[in-house]
Design a protein around this ligand. Structure first.
Ligand code: APR
Ligand code: PHB
Length: 389
């Protein structure tokens, strides 16, 4: 069966869904294809920190209602090291900007609800997605759904299919370059049914390794421990996880994170990836399909949202004003933001993680880095500007 649309969107993560939503609001038709099931996409536990720009985008595009009701606005965070905790006043240092805690899966839920209300399709559980004829004005997508073959003819294809998707690898190798860096760390993450014992995030650089205290709601805490990239989760009983979290996050005055039943645990490795350019012919990459950042700066979701905001507005200029300037500038502009986020995320990762077998010099240098950060208003301002986006 052959379908016709203006923009074929591959992937129903936050990037693909937000792009479809923004295009629909501008009267541009799209079809979204997703290999996973709707339940999987909605329930997947991922990021949870929205920068001000992402919150603004949700509000401006009519998705602010539940976010404003349930999102937790944070105007600061703490950095802990060498036995003490230091608050960074994100809002005071950035003229009132803040971050909002709202799970990525909540964003995805809101976007799917908007898509459904608009009556526009998201095809879940599709298989064998192939993108083709990218350099022509009629790029083509083929896929299989319920054993039937389908074809989409469109003006553009948006590759929003994440880090393991098919779009990036469909760009000719001679036309693209991929830059990668693996970090020698992983994060063991848990979601726990426990009221957050602190109102704000705590990033802790401890001699036993990095730990992060975060949350999802007034009853759910999200916590992470630095571990090996290939850490064996079966070695981590719930008791061992809690006692390690108490050691790495606890303070001298007796503060420890409140514990409770662990709802979910996982290990993820950390890497940086950037593919350049983010465009080939009529195929445009956005989000994790084009770049991965280590989670330390909480940038992944926000970069994906910034990409699709830019891409949607460039497509609107193309359709409404017959102007392709913004489309031609998309990759260069998105990459500038991406590298800025890579720089910050990789700096924050190295400033806070414990490197095994590092020299005494390295430990002292790391300590000096953190002392400078929390002791200098200029350094804190730079941190805050980068963190809130
Ligand atoms: N065809 C269709 N869909 C695909 C294909 C394919 N060949 N391959 C992958 N997908 C789907 C995945 O199942 C996933 O749902 O594309 C979607 C990509 O979504 P995400 O991985 O969430 O990526 P993105 O939308 O760019 O959002 C970035 O995700 O990893 C986090 O921290 C990151 O928060 C950031 C966000
Ligand atoms: C999270 O809440 O999942 C989270 C918070 C901050 C980060 C990364 C993840 O830097």
């Amino acid at each position: 069966m052959t379908h016709r649309t203006q923009v074929a969107i591959i992937g129903a993560g936050p990037a693909g869904l937000m792009l479809g939503h923004l295009l629909h609001r501008a009267g541009i038709d799209s079809v979204i294809l997703e290999t996973r099931s709707e339940a999987y996409v909605v329930e997947r536990v991922r990021a949870g920190v929205l920068e001000q720009g992402t919150v603004d985008l949700m509000r401006e595009s009519g998705l602010g209602e539940r976010l404003d009701r349930e999102g937790l606005r944070h105007e600061g965070l703490s950095i802990a090291f060498a036995g003490s905790r230091h608050r960074i006043d994100l809002s005071g240092l950035t003229g009132g900007r803040a971050i909002t805690i709202y799970g990525q899966h909540e964003v995805v839920k809101d976007l799917i609800a908007a898509r459904t209300a608009a009556g526009r399709p998201v095809h879940f559980n599709v298989e064998r997605v192939v993108v083709d004829e990218l350099a022509s004005e009629r790029p083509r997508v083929r896929y299989v759904q319920d054993d039937a073959s389908h074809e989409i003819l469109s003006d553009f294809i948006a590759g929003c299919d994440g880090s393991h998707g098919t779009c990036r690898s469909s760009m000719p190798a001679a036309h693209t370059q991929t830059f990668e860096h693996e970090y020698p760390f992983g994060w063991l993450g848990i979601l726990a049914e426990a009221a957050p014992a602190s109102d704000e995030l705590i990033y802790s650089c401890h001699s036993r390794g990095f730990a992060l205290f975060s949350m999802r709601s007034p009853t759910i805490t999200r916590l992470y421990l630095q571990c090996a990239p290939d850490e064996d989760l079966s070695q981590w009983s719930d008791d061992r996880i809690w006692s390690e979290l108490r050691v790495r996050l606890g303070t001298e005055d007796g503060w420890v994170p409140a514990d409770g039943p662990i709802l979910q645990k996982s290990v993820t490795g950390m890497r940086s990836v950037v593919t350049e350019p983010m465009r080939y012919g009529r195929l445009f990459l956005a989000g994790d399909a084009a770049h991965i950042v280590p989670p330390t700066g909480a940038k992944g979701l926000n970069l994906a949202m910034a990409d699709v905001r830019r891409l949607a507005s460039a497509l609107v200029s193309f359709y409404v004003a017959a102007d392709d300037t913004a489309l031609n500038e998309y990759s260069g502009m998105a990459l500038r933001r991406t590298w800025r986020a890579q720089r910050f995320s990789s700096w924050m990762t190295s400033a806070l993680h414990r490197v095994e077998h590092a020299s005494g010099f390295e430990h002292r240098r790391q300590l000096a880095e953190l002392e400078y950060l929390v002791g200098s208003r200029a350094a804190m301002t730079s941190f805050a500007e980068n963190y809130v986006g």
